[in-house]
Design a protein around this ligand. Structure first.
Ligand SMILES: Cc1cc2nc3c(=O)[nH]c(=O)nc-3n(C[C@H](O)[C@H](O)[C@H](O)COP(=O)(O)O)c2cc1C
Length: 188
């Protein structure tokens, strides 16, 4: 696939086939991340690949978050949304957690965050070429203190830029965009 086609065809994937993604494929895809543009070559990123028991624990954290978020006082409704949350996380074959180093200098921190976002897009595009779909998430689970503790992330040193839920797509949603031509001015 050409870069143009990969960029144009990639979609955020929410529904996955249950089969796992081979470890070597994930490792190969992650190698593209570190070739992201990165001002001052700070290489601010780390990648945590989550499956198995750790994913189950994350799903349990999300179960608790969803229970707490339920507006109803009805325990049956609370249980239902909690279990739906648990099942949602369990349905993601692998979760790649992308972590960025924090920096006391606000400008450096912004540039490192930008570079990490570029790294994430490299990952999602390379994954797409391998037939793997991803969804970038910045939902509550990615910022919950229990998540940070589970993944041994010190919030004074690092932040999670995103969870990448990943697997073989069961469904590829349609999307649309305003053409760039409508947002472009040419100066000469
Ligand atoms: C920084 C960032 C955070 C995102 N967080 C979420 C999220 O928390 N939940 C979600 O459903 N999608 C999330 N997305 C995915 C977007 O919703 C998705 O990219 C958008 O709907 C466009 O779809 P496409 O990626 O298929 O073009 C996020 C995307 C980005 C770039």
């Amino acid at each position: 696939m050409s870069v143009f086609d990969t960029i144009r065809n990639r979609r955020s994937i929410y529904d996955f086939e249950p089969e796992p993604v081979p470890r070597e494929v994930i490792a190969r895809v992650l190698e593209t991340a570190v070739w992201a543009p990165n001002h001052k070559l700070t290489e601010p990123w780390r990648f945590l690949v989550v499956t198995g028991k750790t994913k189950e624990t994350l799903a349990g954290i999300y179960r608790r978050i969803q229970r707490e978020k339920t507006k109803s006082d009805d325990p049956g409704i609370q249980r239902k949304s909690a279990e739906k949350g648990y099942a949602k996380i369990m349905s993601k074959p692998v979760i790649i957690v992308v972590v960025c180093k924090k920096d006391a200098d606000a400008f450096r921190a912004r540039e490192d965050y930008a570079a990490t976002c570029c790294a994430i897009h490299n990952i999602t595009l390379a994954a797409w070429e391998e037939g793997i779909g991803m969804q970038w998430s910045t939902g509550g689970l990615t910022r919950d203190p229990d998540t940070l503790e589970l993944l041994k992330i010190d919030a004074r040193e690092e932040e999670i830029v995103g969870f990448l839920y990943a697997g073989y797509p069961a469904q590829v949603p349609a999307q649309k965009r305003v053409p760039a031509a409508e947002r472009t001015e040419w100066f000469a």
